[in-house]
Write a protein that binds this ligand. Sequence first.
Ligand SMILES: Nc1ncnc2c1ncn2[C@@H]1O[C@H](COP(=O)(O)OP(=O)(O)OP(=O)(O)O)[C@@H](O)[C@H]1O
Length: 930
Amino acid sequence: RQNPQSATPTAAPARRSPLDPRRPAMDRIHVTVRARPLPPEDAQSSPWRISGNAVALTAQPSIRFEFDRIFGEDCHTADVYGARTKHIVDSAVQGFNGTVFAYGQTNSGKTYTMRGSANEPGIIPLAVHDLFRTIQQHMDREFLVRMSYMEIYNEEINDLLVPEHRKLQIHENYERGIYVAGLSEEIVTCPEQVLKFVSFGESHRHIGETNMNVYSSRSHTIFRMVIESRDKADDSDTDSCDAVRVSVLNLVDLAGSERAAKTGAEGVRLKEGSHINKSLMTLGTVIKKLSEGIKGQGGHVPYRDSKLTRILQPALGGNANTAIICNITLAQVHADETKSSLQFASRALRVTNCAEINEILTDAALLKRQRKEIEELRAKLKNSQSEHLDEDVLHLRNTLLQSELEKERIALELEEERKAKEQREKRLLQQAKKIENLSSLVLNSERDDRAIVSSKNKRRQTWCARPLSNEFSVEVQEPASEQGSASSSVRDERNMGMPPCFEELMQESYASNVEPSAHGYSFSDLSNEDVSLPDAHALLHVTSRRKPNTMKKSDQEQLRGSVPELPQDPNEQKDAMLSQEPSGLSARESEAILVIKQLQDQVNSLELEKSLIQNNLDDVLEVATQQKASFTEKYEELQKNALALQEEAKIAGEKLSALATIAKSKQELADEFLSNVSMETQGISVQMDQTTHSVDNAISFIEELFQSLSAIAENVTEFKQSSYGHIKQSSYMIMDHEKMSKTLMEKISRLELEKKLLHEQFLNQQDELQRMKSSLESCEKSKDDCILQHELEKDNILSELLTLQKEVLTLSSSSLMKEKESIRKELERTKTKLRETDNKLKNYVQEKIKLEGEKAEAHREIKKLQSQRTHLERDLRKHDSVTVDKRHELNVKPEELAGFFDQAVQLQVAVFPICITLCKHTVLKHPDTC
Ligand SMILES: Nc1ncnc2c1ncn2[C@@H]1O[C@H](COP(=O)(O)OP(=O)(O)OP(=O)(O)O)[C@@H](O)[C@H]1O
């Protein structure tokens, strides 16, 4: 059975490609193990044994772990720093991201390793000093160093440099990658400054006492240095580049995993512990997934499950050099924790990162760099393209050569044709000459025949040497059609003693017969075949056009008519001749006539042949002229072709030059294309990065989604249940609403009635008011009249009283008495009258008061009416709003609602004139108050 621990990869030192230090290289996480010193009693009972770079359980040697480096209890932090962190710091100065974190259980010495103690500086101060030292060594570059210090406490990020900055959020974008928004960064120029800030940050770190550690870290701290550098070289230096390198160095002191039972954590400590363990567990899961190659397979790595892993994401399987310092304690009591720490570290060994120099290129720098690349590519392209061009030129040259060869071939053919034609013409001329000779011979023979005939009449006895012998008869018996035999018979006859002229003729005839025979032709052949032609090739045309017998029928008959018809059989001919021969002719003469006839036949046949040859000659000539014409045509055509080819060659040359220019432009285009391609490639790589980022995000988002989905599912069920209740409630509500609408309807109808009544009341009251008004007016009038009358009466009485008093003064006492009495009576009467008038006046006043009371009553009534009107209006408005609400809420029975609405509108319309009249009335009555 394979032991999972022994299956851990052998920790080989990870190296960057020596070829190009700038190129990104796959690099494993470097894992160093540091065992803290143990009290002597624990040291003795330790179950672990360290040998070289391996640690194993003494009792179970199969549980063995091998790492890059294992440091024992006596080691110094400087040694641990030198193992890997120093290299990471150096790389950070060069532009590579670097992360070093201390992992281990609580009280294992993580903070001691990272921060150090008064006696022994930790990784952080060592790295800070080393960083500034290395920076000073890079004289050719200028640096800007910033630092930040944060802690993750209970899954909340706090800024240790600005303690007020709490609960900071993690963000991610393309330019900055994953970053903590709002985290302060201090520009630092020396190690002392950095360490001062670190001390300040430490003072704000959450530290708590547990059973295991008096100063137990209750949070994960991330000390971060951002190193920016740029080439100091002058701008004119073409080889230099304006790229700015930005690298991040994280030195992380993790809180230790702990068991509540051992730490005795309660309350806050317990909560802290659970957060610490949870985040460490996520870190473990991330490392496990990465070690299994899940990321490479496109699987999901749960970086987002904790703030720690999210911040350290680039360091875990990303663009960074990472080292883990695993702090362990070899005590027996912590064997399990140590084992799990070692397992974590062992898994981390399998995680690979791909660190590359982080450069921010300015446009000019980018241009400079790309120009260089383009130059290189252009050089490459030139080599490949020149080969292609050479091929093209060769191809074109080949076609040109081929066309020239074709031209020459055609010229040669033409020359041959011309020669053949000349030969043919020559031969034709020869033929024509021969024919002429023959015809002249025939003419001579005819002339000679005539001379013979004339001389025969004179010298009949002298011509024939001997009588017709049997030999002659035998000769005659030979087939007449065979000209060869005929000629031999002629030769025999010459031997027999023919006249010399005839002999000559026969010789000529023979010669003319023999000559063609030398070429394989004879006259007999000529009768059936054409005359021999100089060129068999040319004959192909002639034979096909040959006229079988061009001699006219009339000519033939004429010929036949000039010569008496002879039977085919020679014996018969002889007999016929003998029979035709006048009885007075001798045998010799008749023989001569026969020979003449035969000769005449021959002449005829020759004539025939001549005409045939002439015809053939005409044909040949015709064909020759035709051929000449066709040849000249062909020649012209060929010449044209040649010219066209020359033109084509010219065009091809032009094309070649055009191609060269095109090739040039194409080369330029290719350059451009290449530059575009390189840009696109960069863009694509950037996009790829973005995509991977976004994929990661998407994956984690999906995971979150899953979680939220399950939560949603729960919510949905809850919602379902609650919605069921809601539905019930809503149905009740609907019923209520329906009831309400009914009551409202009733209310409206009641209101309508009330309104009607009110209206009627209002009208009555208005009438009454009018009446009261008129009565008031009349009362007032009468009152005024009464007052006037009263006043007048009073005046009259007073005047009468005065006159009476005067009269009293003038009258005697007796009479005076009487008069006084009468006057007194009169006065009494007047007084009663006055009293009556006063009473009347009082009554009038009372009536007036009463009327005014009535008027006030009427006013009150009006006011009451007005308030009723306002109430009505309010009710109507309410009703309107209720109607609208109903319409919105229920959206049921819109016709009814519309009816309500219409009614309300009608009510409003009906109330409106009342309001107007009321207002008018009020205005008329109380213009001052209005
Ligand atoms: N290599 C060492 N040499 C001397 N003392 C050490 C060493 N490692 C740890 N210690 C001591 O052990 C104690 C606990 O160490 P430290 O606080 O660093 O542990 P820790 O892992 O950070 O614990 P926690 O996770 O609880 O914060 C300290 O007092 C420290 O001085």
